[in-house]
Structure formats: structure tokens, C-alpha cells
Design a protein around this ligand. Structure first.
Ligand SMILES: [Zn+2]
Length: 339
């Protein structure tokens, strides 16, 4: 015998009546209503699903209904009357609705994937272009301090070489009419060897190893033009924003707030560890090619230094820019040989 305390509504007025539902195991239950007992077969009544602690509603065919918070007794009623094999807890909900659960899960994954894959880069691109150049400057200076602490050591190149390259670099950027404050710095690359990278501020770092590897200044100009391309297209800033946005989405799902608050502090790490996308690299290569073309620098300078870099670095790859992710070397060379 199952007895459930609850509220009865007669279906005509909204007046609640304290009532009791009784089930004796016969397949028919009785509700003690003020206007007399109502009996109905359990199979004829509509019983709402169990959802947390929300009251359950048992709706009869004549429009009257019985409402109760005694979920456990309703589950027993369902079980006893053979309407359900499972107690209507989460298991039952899942068992009877797994197709919908699966569909919703797939849709959710799809929406999140689309947002990460397309939405965030588009938004990051938009935001990066809308932000004033001073934002990039702040990010760049902070990052350089960290890079100097953890990666670089002072350049050992002769002052004369540094001055000569800086003068050529100044000539390059003078033609750009850019909002960025371009500067060229030399450092010993140590772990990253022959390499170059651009910070969002317009600060470009070239390693001693790269300068030593070059056989002509124009080879270095080709690489500098590639790095300038990254700055002009705001690639670092876009990447940082994309990374923060991903952290934002992940945090909104997992509730992990630490990944967001640390964003500003992790900028240097993002710059070091995250590789530019293929698309960004190709964009920077195009910028370099166009620059070289306009300034009468033979395009093979880019190809020769790239080949030399590739040959000396071998299969092990660095994470920083110039040889990092890059589209396949053959594809890159092709871009410079097409013209
Ligand atoms: Zn690059």
C-alpha cells in the first residue's frame, strides 16, 4: 500500500484541496477528493517526470490533477504498477531520453567547436584591429622583460653590425606609415638558436645566431619584413586574444576562473609557446614578398636564408617564430619563386 500526501485540483477551479492518493497494488489508485473519491487506472494517468525537487503532477483524463512533493512515493507507485522498470531518478530520465541527451550533447559540441574554430578568430581579428596601438605596446614591453629573464642573453654581435642593421631597419619601417613603434633588438637566442620574433608592440628581436648564419644583409631584411608583416597584421595580439577567448569559453563551461585572471600574466608564455597559424605565417610571408618586390630586393634572398635555416635546424623545431610552425618549407619557397 502506497499513500501519498498532496494537493488536489478539480480541474474547474484553481482552488487547492489537501488530499491523499492511495494505491493498493491493484493497478487502480484512489484520490480522496472533497467531492468524493476519484479512482483511475495507473495506466491512464499522465505523470510528470522527476526533475530535481519540483513537485510531481499526476493528471487525470477528466482534467483534474494531484500534485505532490513526495517524489520517492511517486517513483514507488510507478515501479509497483509496472509503468517503469527504473526508479524515475536521473537514470530513468537518461534511459528514456538518451536520444535527446545525445542530440543535445552533439549540438552543444558543434556550437562550441564552431565558436572556437570560427567565432573566436573572427572576433579576435575584429578586436585586435579596433584596439589602439598603445595596447600592443604595453603587451610588448612586458613580454620582452620576461623573455630576457627566461630565454635571451645579451647580444655579442659587434656594435658595428648592430648599428648597420638598425639603420637598414629604420629605412624599412620609415616607408610604412605605421602606428607601431618599431625597434630592432639583438639577443643571443640560446635555446631557440637562429630565429627572429616580433612582439605586438613592433619590437622585433633577431638572434645573434641568425645574423651569423646569414651571408647577406638582404637575407636578414627578408626575415625582418616577414616579422613586420606579423606586426602589421596584428598577429600576436590576435593570437593572445584568441587564447584568452578560449580560456573564457573553457572557464564558462568548467567554472575554472584561474585560467582567465592569469591572462595578462601569461602573455609572454603564449608568445613563446603558441605557434602562429599557417594562415598568419603565409600572410607574413606575402608581406615580406611584396616588400622585397617593391624595394628591389631579389626574392631568392628569402629562399636562400630559409633553406639554410631549415638545413641547419634539422627535424627538431623551435617554437619561436621564424622557423616555427610555418607552412611547409617547400610551399613557402614556392610563394617566392612564383613571381
Ligand atoms: Zn612568422
Amino acid at each position: 500500500m502506497i499513500e501519498i500526501e498532496g494537493t488536489y485540483f478539480d480541474g474547474h477551479s484553481s482552488t487547492p484541496h489537501r488530499s491523499r492518493l492511495i494505491y493498493d497494488g491493484s493497478g487502480t489508485f484512489t484520490i480522496r477528493a472533497p467531492d468524493g473519491d476519484r479512482t483511475a487506472p495507473v495506466t491512464d494517468v499522465l505523470i510528470s517526470d522527476r526533475l530535481a525537487n519540483a513537485p510531481r503532477v499526476l493528471r487525470l483524463t477528466d482534467g483534474s490533477c494531484f500534485e505532490t512533493r513526495d517524489n520517492d512515493s511517486v517513483d514507488r507507485l510507478l515501479l509497483d504498477s509496472g509503468r517503469s522498470r527504473w526508479p524515475a531518478r536521473g537514470v530513468h530520465l537518461l534511459e528514456s531520453r538518451w536520444r535527446y541527451v545525445l542530440l543535445v550533447a552533439i549540438l552543444t559540441i558543434g556550437v562550441v567547436w564552431f565558436w572556437i574554430e570560427r567565432g573566436i578568430p573572427a572576433l579576435a581579428d575584429h578586436v585586435a584591429k579596433a584596439l589602439p596601438a598603445s595596447t600592443s605596446a604595453a603587451l610588448g614591453d612586458q613580454s620582452m622583460k620576461v623573455l630576457d629573464e627566461i630565454l635571451f642573453t645579451a647580444s655579442e654581435l659587434p656594435q658595428q653590425t648592430q648599428s648597420r642593421m638598425r639603420a637598414r631597419f629604420r629605412d624599412m619601417v620609415a616607408t610604412l606609415r605605421s602606428p607601431f613603434n618599431y625597434r630592432l633588438e639583438f639577443r643571443q637566442g640560446n635555446a631557440i638558436g637562429a630565429n627572429a620574433l616580433a612582439l605586438p608592440s613592433g619590437l622585433i628581436v633577431m638572434t645573434d645566431e641568425l645574423v651569423r648564419l646569414s651571408e647577406h644583409d638582404e637575407e636578414l631584411l627578408a626575415i625582418l619584413a616577414h616579422e613586420i608583416g606579423h606586426v602589421e597584421h596584428r598577429h600576436s595580439l590576435r593570437m593572445i586574444l584568441q587564447n584568452s577567448a578560449v580560456a573564457l569559453v573553457i572557464a564558462s563551461v568548467t567554472g575554472d576562473i584561474f585560467s582567465i585572471t592569469a591572462t595578462a600574466a601569461t602573455v609572454p608564455t603564449i608568445l613563446i609557446q603558441t605557434k602562429f597559424s599557417r594562415e598568419f605565417e603565409t600572410e607574413a610571408d606575402r608581406f615580406s614578398r611584396d616588400y622585397m618586390h617593391r624595394h628591389g630586393i631579389p626574392l631568392e634572398r628569402f629562399v636562400t636564408i630559409l633553406r639554410r635555416l631549415h638545413d641547419q635546424s634539422g627535424p627538431q623545431s623551435t617554437t619561436l617564430d621564424f622557423l616555427s610552425t610555418h607552412p611547409h618549407v617547400k610551399d613557402r619557397i614556392q610563394l617566392f619563386e612564383k613571381n
